[in-house]
Design a binder for this molecule. Structure first.
Ligand SMILES: CC(C)(COP(=O)(O)OP(=O)(O)OC[C@H]1O[C@@H](n2cnc3c(N)ncnc32)[C@H](O)[C@@H]1OP(=O)(O)O)[C@@H](O)C(=O)NCCC(=O)NCCSC(=O)c1cc(O)c2ccccc2c1O
Length: 268
């Protein structure tokens, strides 16, 4: 299988999936998400693989979410009024349902949909220079469901609401304190540390780990329904002037002005 937007390597029981678009800080377009889905399916179905690492090329970014420059007036390439053009719901669900531990190896910015990808992984190890945060409300988007409700499971409701309602950026140390990640290491040691964790996992019973993962997931699987609902709403939101103002402002490198879109409270 030839990939253009990702790298997919296998070494001694470990699958390493790398988002490979460093010029745009490893943001994803439709092709990227489709390739990630194929790689996770392949790793999930390969009996020689016991653990999956997800990372990004370079030392600037893990992934900064949707590629805002590939975003047309109503969505991404190939989109229609019912299909936003990015099968992110399927990708998030697959990371959760693949019957092997998935470790996010966060080597820089984990922002927007990239942040949600690290949230849905089973474990997360980051470099000391990693930066975490949400960005959707700045650019007229939202990656809700697992991105909100499951995030709250990790860091608590207050912190999760702060992350989304202020769109601040957090250091690796802050991410560790709030329970967003498992460990921080020096940038140069990041992949070695990830391999060390993976090799520890490879010594354990695969079936026991599969059942453990399924049982952790069972407690939050209902969030899948929220995710589908949220992405359905996002489909419609994308075609609005409010959403367009957010992404156009990013492209024009200016601050968005959302003031005319404030809610009148008609549905209070
Ligand atoms: C991440 C940053 C804070 C980094 O800032 P910094 O100043 O260090 O770097 P630059 O801003 O100069 O960026 C370098 C270079 O990369 C380009 N770039 C950065 N982010 C993106 C992006 N998301 N898409 C495309 N290109 C990007 C940037 O323009 C620069 O290129 P130049 O040619 O100008 O040199 C900062 O870059 C930043 O805030 N980035 C935006 C983060 C963002 O808004 N992400 C998208 C949020 S929405 C989202 O993630 C999302 C998720 C989903 O799951 C979806 C599902 C379905 C539909 C839509 C979804 C969706 O929109």
């Amino acid at each position: 299988m030839e990939y253009s937007d990702i790298l997919f390597e296998k070494e001694n029981g470990i699958a390493i999936i790398t988002i490979n678009r460093p010029k745009v800080l490893n943001s994803f377009r439709r092709q990227t998400v489709e390739e990630l889905i194929m790689a996770f399916e392949a790793a999930g179905q390969d009996p020689n693989i016991g653990v999956i690492l997800l990372t990004g090329t370079g030392d600037r970014a893990f992934c900064v979410g949707g590629d805002v420059k590939e975003w047309g007036p109503s969505g991404y390439d190939g989109s229609s009024w019912i299909d936003i053009g990015l099968p992110v719901v399927r990708l998030q669900e697959l990371i959760r349902s693949v019957p092997k531990p998935v470790i996010a190896v966060v080597n820089g910015y984990a922002i927007g949909g990239g942040h949600v990808l690290q949230v849905v992984c089973d474990l997360a190890i980051s470099s000391e220079n990693a930066i975490f945060g949400q960005a959707g409300p700045k650019v007229g988007s939202f990656d809700a469901g697992y991105g909100t409700a499951y995030l709250a499971r990790l860091v608590g409701e207050r912190k999760a609401r702060e992350i989304w309602m202020l769109c601040r950026q957090y250091t690796a140390e802050e991410a560790l304190q709030m329970g967003l990640i498992n460990k921080i290491v020096e940038s140069s040691a990041l992949m070695d540390e990830a391999r060390k964790w993976a090799n520890e996992i490879l010594r354990l019973s695969p079936s026991a780990l599969k059942m453990i993962k399924a049982s952790f997931n069972a407690d939050t699987d209902h969030i899948h329904g929220l995710t589908k609902l949220a992405f359905g709403a996002l489909n419609f939101f994308y075609a609005t002037p409010e959403s367009n103002e957010g992404h156009q402002a990013f492209i024009e490198k200016r601050s968005p002005d959302f003031s005319e879109f404030r809610d009148r409270g008609e549905n209070l």
